[in-house]
Write a protein that binds this ligand. Structure first.
Ligand code: ADP
Length: 273
């Protein structure tokens, strides 16, 4: 089995408000992620998903316990740059992540800040745009693009840094169904074809079915952790965590609560008399 690239041991996190009062939003999290996994973290708003992600690339450091990513303890400030080269994030709103006026300049932003110069820079930018199928938009302004296209440029910017782990923090939340499909396809491609470890944070239950592993977070604690088959085998339990339930599942529960019995041999007559 492949190696652990992320390890959280007894991790808690508290935010401190203006009066100095502390609110504990992550409680005693123990979690390891292996190279090549596609992990979906599911949880309703406020369950602690973003806080968990921010711990992985040192946007915040734990109040208690340790986070180790790629052998680096996130408490070690001197290793911040090395850590961030390995762990990159894509956020909900691409407008906040796109900083330059032209698409290709935006993609070049990260690697040029790391000191990479032409011709290597040119190659990296071209390859990153190719990976997200946006090469023909290289000279466009980001504001001319659709939400899904902008998010793909944000992903290209992240790819240009050549990270080993990409965290998508509600990266599909602001997109229409077409944009969402584009980004989910892209996430799948990066994981399956480029071998990048992926963490996709979402409150959409449907997105979890695409992953190799699903973690359900509720009230700052990991409540379920397993393959989609394991986690979804108890539908009643998973829907009790306040997640967005797909319409078909809602229909299933409504029918069930009215006494409808489902069985494998339930047949719907094609031409009822
Ligand atoms: P999620 O990503 O699941 O919506 P978050 O990690 O953003 O959850 O938030 C978890 C809890 O922490 C929520 O109750 C939220 O209000 C609180 N929280 C998040 N960010 C801050 C902050 N900067 N200061 C104080 N409380 C915060």
């Amino acid at each position: 089995m492949s190696e652990n690239i992320v390890s959280l041991k007894n991790v808690s996190y508290s935010y401190t408000d203006y009066d100095g009062a502390e609110t504990r939003v992550l409680k005693n999290i123990n979690l390891s992620i292996k190279k090549g996994e596609y992990v979906v973290i599911l949880g309703h708003n406020g369950s602690g998903k973003s806080t968990l992600c921010k711990l992985l690339n040192r946007i915040i450091i734990p109040s208690d316990g340790d986070v180790v990513c790629f052998g680096i303890n996130t408490r070690d400030e001197s290793k911040e740059l090395e850590l961030r080269k390995n762990v990159q994030m894509v956020f909900q709103n691409p407008d906040n992540q796109l900083v330059e006026a032209i698409v290709e300049e935006d993609v070049a932003f990260g690697p040029s800040n790391l000191g990479i110069k032409n011709p290597e820079l040119r190659n990296i930018v071209d390859k990153s745009l190719e990976d997200v199928e946006m090469s023909k938009y290289a000279l466009k302004a980001p504001h001319e693009l659709s939400g899904g296209q902008k998010q793909r440029i944000a992903i290209a910017g992240v790819l240009a840094i050549k990270p080993k782990l990409i965290i998508f923090d509600e990266a599909t939340a602001m997109l229409d169904p077409i944009g969402r499909k584009e980004i989910l396809g892209e996430i799948d491609y990066l994981n399956k074809k480029k071998g990048i470890t992926v963490v996709n944070v979402t409150h959409h239950m449907k997105e979890a079915t695409l992953a190799s592993r699903v973690i359900v977070l509720d009230d700052g604690e990991i409540k379920l952790d397993g393959s989609p088959r394991e986690v979804f085998s108890n539908l009643e339990k998973i829907t009790s965590f306040g997640l967005d339930v797909p319409q078909s599942l809602e229909l299933y529960f409504n029918l069930k609560s009215r006494g409808f019995k489902f069985s494998n041999d339930t047949k719907v007559p094609l031409n009822p008399q």
